[in-house]
Structures are given as C-alpha cells and as structure tokens.
Design a protein around this ligand. Structure first.
Ligand SMILES: [Zn+2]
Ligand SMILES: [Zn+2]
Ligand SMILES: [Zn+2]
Ligand SMILES: [Zn+2]
Length: 138
C-alpha cells in the first residue's frame, strides 16, 4: 500500500495511531485509514521507522515493513522454522523445499550446511552427510 502525504492544515487534528497524541504537524502519513506522525510510523516487529520507506504494509491494524510482512504472511515458508520467506532473505533450496540459509542445518549437530556440502534430506528433515548416514541410512 502506498502512503499518502496529507496536508493537515484544513482539518481538525487527528490523533496519531502510534502515540495517541493529536497531530499538529503540517504533514502526516495516512496508512491503513489511520493517521500517523511521520516519526511514529514503525514496523510493529522490528520497530524500524517507515517514514523514508517507499511502501509499508498493514494487517489487522498492525504496521509492518516489507521484510517483516513477507516473513509473517508470505505464502512461501521455511521448511524448518515455519516462518515466511521474504524477497530479501537468502534461501537454500533442496528438492521442492525451501529454507532460510540459517535454518539449513543438520537436525542432529546443528552444523550449517552450504551448497557444496553433502547434505541429506529425508521427510523434510535436513542432516549433514555424517548424520544422514548414521541416523537415516542405518
Ligand atoms: Zn505519533
Ligand atoms: Zn520490520
Ligand atoms: Zn527458517
Ligand atoms: Zn550432523
């Protein structure tokens, strides 16, 4: 959703949806049908200020930055942690599964696995080469 910059001078001050204080600034932001001080529009997850961002996202009255929105509501989900995968996340793909790079680790020893490493996957579970042999192929 694109943000609209609204000139506030002609209307009675609206209360900021972030801090609750009436907005007396000349310009404020209108997002998700609510008014915000420029400095009050923050992602509810990472608290990153969204004033300078080109776009922000809202869901059920909460405001999200792009990354957090995708992380929580994306249709693409990490096969390990279950969180959504955002456009800027680095991912590992294995067969038809997709993982955050930090989630692509052996289930037994936790070793992070990279593209060149031997990894074994069984039923959506990831193992390093050693543990794939000892736990799965046994
Ligand atoms: Zn405010
Ligand atoms: Zn965020
Ligand atoms: Zn993950
Ligand atoms: Zn291992």
């Amino acid at each position: 959703m694109l943000k609209d910059l609204i000139a506030a001078e002609t209307v009675a001050p609206e209360k900021c949806a972030g801090c609750g204080i009436p907005i007396r600034d000349r310009y404020y932001l209108l997002v998700a049908d609510r008014a915000w001080h420029n400095q009050c529009l923050r992602c509810c997850k990472c608290l990153h200020n969204l004033e300078a961002e080109l776009s922000c996202y809202s869901r059920e009255g909460n405001i999200y930055c792009k990354d957090d929105y995708y992380r929580h509501f994306s249709a693409r989900r990490c096969a390990r942690c279950g969180n959504g995968i955002s456009a800027s996340d680095l991912v590992m793909r294995a067969k038809d599964l997709i993982f955050h790079v930090n989630c692509f680790s052996c289930l037994i020893c936790g070793q992070l696995l990279r593209g060149g490493d031997t990894a074994g996957i069984r039923d959506g579970r990831v193992f390093c080469g050693e543990h794939y042999e000892s736990e799965v192929l046994r």
